[in-house]
Design a binder for this molecule. Structure first.
Ligand SMILES: [Zn+2]
Length: 484
């Protein structure tokens, strides 16, 4: 049994969650559930990034206190736990006392690499990041297409240049493993372009008094990323040097961050440098997903194409939404959502696929009078086929979309078998027993393999199959996936 730390990134809560956030939550949830099912002890963390300037600006626009704005949006993010069935163990808000304490402790632990200097730079509030002239496109932030603000201040800097070689080494050698390789290479080339010291504070004036004080200098607030990254250890009680921090982080190898490709630099470079400086152990894995578009366009309020995950769940159910995100969207690449794609995927794979196979098999088993104490003996063809699929799933597990494709190959295999054998025409009891044994055996395996992906469906299937040591007590239930 291993101990595992798994985290999502913590979203800025300047607005309500969109479907891209749901994608990350669901992916991290699959990892957490997968490991729990293997018997590992998992600490699965998410949270909300509340100290950004972005939040201050959004609150100003809305004419409400910042804390009211972030609290209202935090609640919407937290509600995804219920609506999408996300199994967080903890959800940290960066306005919590435990976070303030941890962030300030981390700052103090990095003291030897922190210095103050006067400088000027171009800052994009949308990104909460400085840009170099040559990184801009026509003078605009490449992501937000707005002109960055010129900032001239005296601030604290972190000596990132000290860690160039060490960070390169841990990434190159997969001591910190970045998945997929394409992203690893992107980070390596960023490192090779030369790591420069980065600014880690802003004046309290520019921060409008919002954020975490720099220790021993109340005229300065921490740069939001410096504080935000520390959430991962603060939630474990780093601020109090708790046992949980030692067990799940400091003395533990298995730590995974699930993040989007847009924030990889912060995690694979800045965060590692901060940890190295403070003498804290490094994460083991950084798992990077791509972007989700809607009808091939970036989701944005101005286009009016932001998809609310809670609304989607109300319409199609949590399992349908989870399945779409995990199956249709390439796990570590970009993907696209449209209602048409969603309904097509749902109807073909869930309603007509697994749902239909399950309900018709159970109906036939009940009709044949084999629903009570049916001890199955699947044939060698089915045993082999099931083993083959299980092996593929174990091997590629982390490529969720391919893993689901493999599991659904077994669904098609069973469908084809039914078409060929036509069990409704079979009258001989031994033959009936063989056919239903093969089908029940496969469905029982499917119910186990889909557990991390579709936990409610898995449970419903197990309840209706009533399997114990290859003896089935089948009961009829509602359809798994009503057609839409
Ligand atoms: Zn920007």
């Amino acid at each position: 049994m291993k101990k595992l730390f798994i985290s999502t990134s913590i979203p800025y809560v300047n607005a309500a969650p969109h479907l891209g956030h749901a994608l990350e939550f669901v992916q991290a949830d699959v990892l957490a559930r997968h490991h729990r099912a293997k018997g590992d002890e998992v600490f699965f963390l998410s949270g909300s990034d509340e100290n950004s300037l972005k939040n201050v600006r959004s609150a100003e626009k809305a004419g409400v206190p910042v804390i009211d704005l972030v609290t209202a949006n935090f609640k919407k993010f937290f509600a995804l736990k219920e609506s999408l069935n996300i199994s967080f163990d903890d959800f940290i808000r960066t306005t919590e006392e435990r976070h303030f304490k941890g962030a300030q402790k981390l700052w103090a632990a990095c003291e030897k690499d922190i210095y103050k200097k006067k400088y000027s730079g171009l800052y994009c509030v949308g990104c909460e990041e400085f840009y170099k002239e040559d990184e801009l496109i026509d003078g605009l932030c490449p992501d937000h297409k707005v002109k960055p603000e010129l900032v001239e201040e005296e601030n604290y800097f972190f000596r990132l240049s000290n860690y160039q070689d060490k960070i390169r080494e841990v990434i190159e050698k997969d001591i910190v493993k970045i998945i997929p390789t394409e992203r690893k290479n992107e980070v390596l080339s960023f490192i090779d372009s030369g790591l420069q010291d980065f600014c880690i504070s802003r004046t309290s004036e520019r921060a409008k008094g919002w954020g975490i004080d720099v220790p021993n200098d109340p005229t300065q607030k921490m740069w939001v990323w410096f504080d935000a990254l520390s959430n991962y250890i603060d939630a474990l009680g780093y601020g109090e040097d708790s046992d949980k921090f030692k067990e799940f982080w400091q003395n533990n190898e298995f730590k995974t961050h699930v993040i989007g490709k847009g924030i990889i630099r912060f995690h694979a470079v800045y965060w590692l440098a901060m940890l190295l400086s403070a003498g804290i152990s490094l994460p083991k894995t950084i798992f990077v997903h791509g972007y989700l578009t809607v009808d091939n366009q970036k989701m944005s309020k101005s286009i009016g194409n932001v998809v609310d995950p809670a609304e989607l769940v109300n319409k199609y159910g949590s399992e349908g939404v989870r399945y779409f995100l995990l199956r249709e969207i390439p796990t570590t690449g970009d993907g696209d959502f449209t209602y048409e794609k969603f309904e097509k995927r749902y109807n073909s794979d869930l309603a007509s696929g697994l749902g239909n196979l399950f309900s018709r098999t159970l109906a036939m088993v009940i009709k044949a009078g084999l629903d009570k104490e049916f001890e199955i003996k699947p044939n060698s063809l089915f045993i082999e086929k099931n083993k083959e699929v299980e092996a593929k799933v174990a091997e590629k597990f982390i490529q969720f979309n391919e893993t689901l494709m493999d599991i659904w190959e077994l669904v098609s295999f069973c469908d084809k078998y039914i078409e060929e054998e036509k069990p409704w025409e079979v009258t001989e009891i031994e033959k009936q027993k063989e056919i239903f044994a093969n089908l029940l055996y496969s469905l029982n395996n499917i119910s186990k393999m889909i557990e991390p992906f579709l936990p409610l469906t898995s449970q419903k299937m197990k309840n209706q199959l009533g399997e114990n040591n290859n003896v089935f007590n089948v009961i009829k239930g509602d359809s798994l996936f009503p057609r839409i």
